[in-house]
Design a protein around this ligand. Sequence first.
Ligand SMILES: N[C@@H](CCC(=O)N[C@@H](CS)C(=O)NCC(=O)O)C(=O)O
Length: 203
Amino acid sequence: MKIYSSAVAPNPRRVRIFLAEKEIQVPYEDVDISSAVNRKPEYRKNINPMGEVPVLELDDGTHIAESVAICRYFEELHPEPPLFGVGAKERALVEMWNRRMEFHVMLPVAQTFRNTSEFFKGRIAQVPEYGEVCRAAAEKIYTWLDEELATRRFIAGDRFTIADITALCAVDFGRVSKIRIQPEQKNLARWREEVSSRPSARA
Ligand SMILES: N[C@@H](CCC(=O)N[C@@H](CS)C(=O)NCC(=O)O)C(=O)O
């Protein structure tokens, strides 16, 4: 078993933090996304047709891509500590919040980077104006998230979950595109400080 990963990308970091929380050790193989190894036909044919990381490779040769699918696999095998919630209601709420963090925080942050950075120039079709629309969307969602975090400790409630992992990786990656928590967003800053201080955040 191994995980195709990248030390510089936010989605592989989600998986690394998740595994660190569960104290599970899996070898990582770094994929050099800067030289676009992941977009070559060989990688797409043998590892992930989407040309992305992370990908979990099982000993039987199965490839599981998509960060949440990989995390769910390990949650099933190692339920403690529960990172997808406990019981029907909490699990549904964690799912809701994780999807919100994916679609409304990670996505605009990632699209800002993809459409405005030198890194992707010549590699994908960039639309810088769209990147700026995504930047504005991310900044707006931070304001909303700050309000949400006025009433609870973590993204989905009183428990640290995968929704916090997704949000942390997105917010940290946003800094690369100068999308930052604003000084008045005290709840968001308080949350980020707490989740960043967990040992897993260094994964
Ligand atoms: N939905 C996927 C997204 C994966 C993804 O966007 N991976 C990025 C790194 S964060 C990637 O492989 N980028 C390299 C590229 O697009 O060339 C997941 O959750 O795993």
